[in-house]
Write a protein of this length. Structure first.
Length: 212
């Protein structure tokens, strides 16, 4: 299996990647500000599931195809970008309904739907795709055998770190949400800001990444 040295080195590199806010973190923050702690943590769970699907894909060899194929990589990137823009536009259009949600006058955003949205963002995160496809295999000790199991273990380490870091981001953002709850205008502003942030994030994802 994976040696302790390799495991610690991979954990350190994973932490450096995760601690810098990317698409998943910004999406979690947006959900926390717009819908609160529960939605934020559900989004984190969805992101984690999506990221682990990428791990499984890399372990089974799909990651090499994504890394080598400009077409596949670009398709995944634009799919994720389009989904972020869609969610951002939706958040902007519904920004006036946030106060009703606080007051209990609006239907709750279902946990399964929130989980799915987080999953979609996590599985289409270009930063994570590239990391798993290009970096994760480098920490596998092929002489030890069980290559697939080693990749799955390394991916699990990445996701444990991601859950911890992303949850902290979400909880901190959710804590500031109470201040906005005192004013419908503040809620509308934060809802619009969160929506525009997601739109901007989607556009950033669309123009970022490999150029070959």
């Amino acid at each position: 299996m994976v040696s302790t040295d390799r495991l610690l080195a991979f954990a350190a590199m994973s932490f450096l990647l995760i601690v810098v806010p990317g698409p998943s973190v910004l999406f979690v923050i947006g959900r926390a500000l717009a819908q609160g702690r529960r939605a934020a943590l559900t989004t984190v769970a969805g992101n984690t599931l999506g990221a682990y699907v990428l791990v499984v894909a890399v372990a089974l060899g799909v990651g090499a195809v994504v890394e080598r194929s400009v077409l596949v990589f670009t398709a995944l990137k634009f799919l994720g970008a389009a989904y972020l823009v869609y969610l951002g536009v939706k958040a902007v259009r519904q920004r006036g309904s946030l106060h009703a949600a606080f007051a209990g006058d609006a239907p709750a955003h279902g946990s399964l739907r929130t989980l799915w949205e987080g999953f979609a963002v996590g599985v289409a995160n270009p930063k994570t795709i590239v990391f798993f496809a290009a970096v994760l295999p480098q920490f596998v000790d092929r002489d030890q055998g069980h290559v697939t199991a080693q990749m799955l273990l390394l991916g699990l380490v990445f996701n444990v770190i991601a859950v911890a870091c992303d949850s902290v981001w979400g909880l901190v953002a959710a804590t500031t949400r109470s201040w906005f709850a005192r004013s419908p205008r503040r809620l509308a502003l934060i809802g619009g800001a969160g929506g525009f942030t997601m739109i901007g994030l989607g556009l950033t994802v669309a123009v970022s990444g490999r150029k070959d």
